[in-house]
Design a protein around this ligand. Structure first.
Ligand code: ADP
Length: 512
């Protein structure tokens, strides 16, 4: 059960992670559509109700106007007729029932659909229009009583049974005419006037859902299309994974001044500042390590001079020795830091040339042999007999192999084995450094290439395994700068295998 880790994408200590917010875009779209639909439904219903009520009251007003006009015309007609005829109400011989003169009634018959009742002064009915005559006796009686009951002009609504329904009526006493005349009632069923608002309601009930559904679809599409630039932006932002992609900018439509364009501008401004501060930080590390190099060299030279001076008291030798060790460790640290800082800044171009990597592996094996001898470890090498030519930066690959080999020796107890292998795979060359050492825990494996990461930081300073925690970070950078990759497999207590694969066809370096 070997654990392994594969490192393809370059990792920087400051990783900017943007979680893909695609689901939230979807939910904004849904929320917008629901909100829009609700607003639209309220508007449509409100508009419909107001329109209906308005239409209804307007049609009642129309009806009232009609009744008013009919009653006034009737009154005028009666007055004119009276002036001409001198008598309007006649009582036929042998009949006690008075009635309207036969030459008057055709006029009233012309109000074809409306109810008209004319009463005598004594309250007796003088004339009933045809629609009234067609009503039931009870309804005629009801209307007649309404007509008789009013002493002045009166407007109202009543219900007549069974078929008449709601009826609007106007009663008024007739003046300026035959004194035998009493009240006149004109009335009309509201149902004829209700048709307009009801038809309106019906057509609204048909049109509203269609409008509603069409608008929702349109709204959904609109919300989606207005969020599209946002989705694109999310994709672009997701691409910006670490400090090295900070030079990227979101595309900004210069003509647009909408929210997405402003967001893109704001994000670009942020990237600008981030890029600057990243660059400043890298510059600082590079400058600081560079400035530290010379004083460290002077220090080392001084300490070495005192160490070899025969006049140096023997009791000072040990502290001086320890100082020298610390100075060496610091020099290594400063050099490693400078290497990484330069690499981050893109100031470490590879000096690529064709070289025999088999020779480099043999060289590394020799160094490993010397280190291993002191540590009581056996070194085995498995390298093809002939030269293996590859376009690489010789010094960088040497550094890569030495890092892996020194680690292998460092983390393998006495009596263990360290193996170096080289395999030509045609399109790529594979370097393998294996050991039978302490191994790396599965949980630690993903971190070993991180800068300053060490499995046991407490032991690091004074232990038998000193180190800076930068070796593998540099190793990984070298592999990736060559367009290759590095992976590690390990079983705690059993050993570790590092595999570096460098392609023959040099792709443009992923890491500067
Ligand atoms: P260091 O200077 O500490 O060796 P590296 O970057 O080279 O720094 O390695 C990081 C850490 O990875 C080490 O501290 C060690 O815990 C672990 N490691 C590296 N190589 C091996 C190995 N061959 N066997 C076991 N652990 C290893």
């Amino acid at each position: 059960h070997a654990w392994s880790t594969e490192c393809r994408a370059p990792r920087s200590p400051s990783v900017l992670r943007v979680r893909s917010p695609v689901p939230s875009v979807v939910s904004i779209r849904r929320r917008l559509t629901i909100g829009y639909a609700a607003a639209l439904a309220i508007t449509i219903v409100g508009f419909g109700v107001i329109l209906y009520l308005n239409r209804r009251s307007a049609s009642f007003a129309d009806l009232d106007n009609r009744l008013e006009l009919e009653s006034r015309l009737s009154e005028r007609y009666l007055a004119d007729s009276y002036r001409v005829l001198g008598e309007l109400v006649i009582t036929i011989e042998n009949d006690t029932t008075p009635s309207l003169g036969a030459n008057i009634t055709p006029y009233f018959d012309s109000f074809r659909d409306d109810y008209l009742i004319l009463l005598g002064k004594d309250g007796r009915v003088l004339y009933l229009s045809n629609p009234v005559a067609a009503l039931s006796f009870a309804s005629i009686d009801q209307l007649t009583r309404l007509a008789a009951g009013a002493s002045k002009r009166e407007l109202g609504t009543t219900t007549i049974d069974p078929a008449g329904g709601l009826v609007r009526y106007l009663v008024m006493p007739i003046t300026g005419s035959d004194p035998k005349l009493g009240n006149i009632l004109v009335a009309a069923s509201t149902s004829s006037n209700a048709i307009a608002p009801q038809a309106l309601l019906r057509s609204m009930l048909v049109i509203a859902p269609i409008t509603f559904i069409a608008s929702i679809l349109l709204g959904y599409w609109l919300a989606g299309s207005s969020l599209k630039p946002l989705e694109k932006m999310v994709d672009e932002l997701t691409e910006i994974t670490d400090g090295r992609s900070l030079h990227r900018r979101l595309p900004v439509d210069a003509r647009a001044n909408d929210e997405p364009a402003r967001l893109a501008q704001a994000a670009n401004g942020m990237f600008e500042r981030l890029e600057q501060s990243f660059a400043a930080q890298q510059r600082f590390v590079a400058d600081a390590s560079h400035e530290l190099k010379t004083p460290l060299m002077v220090l080392r030279a001084g300490v070495e001079r005192v160490l070899v001076n025969p006049n140096t008291p023997p009791e000072s030798l040990q502290p001086l020795d320890e100082s020298l060790e610390e100075i060496n460790r610091m020099t290594e640290l400063v050099e490693n830091l400078l290497t990484l800082a330069r690499a981050d800044e893109g100031l470490s171009p590879l000096a690529v040339e064709e070289c025999d990597v088999a020779e480099l592996v043999n060289e590394a094996a020799e160094t490993a042999g010397m280190l291993a001898e002191l540590a009581g470890i056996e070194v085995r090498t498995q390298v093809p007999p002939g030269p293996v030519l590859l376009n690489v930066d010789r010094n960088r690959v040497r550094q890569l192999l030495l890092n892996l080999v020194t680690n292998a020796v460092k983390y393998t107890p006495r009596g263990g084995q360290v193996g170096l292998g080289l395999a030509d795979q045609g399109s790529a060359v594979e370097f393998v450094v294996r050991d039978t050492g302490i191994g790396i825990a599965a949980g630690d494996l993903p971190h070993i290439f991180d800068r300053f990461w060490r499995a046991d930081p407490v032991r690091s300073r004074e232990s038998d395994r000193p180190g800076t925690g930068l070796g593998l970070a540099i190793t990984k950078w070298i592999a990736e700068a060559h367009g290759g990759s590095i992976s590690a497999q390990s079983r705690p207590g059993r050993g570790t295998i590092f595999t570096v694969s460098l392609p023959r066809q040099q792709q443009p370096a992923v890491v500067s």
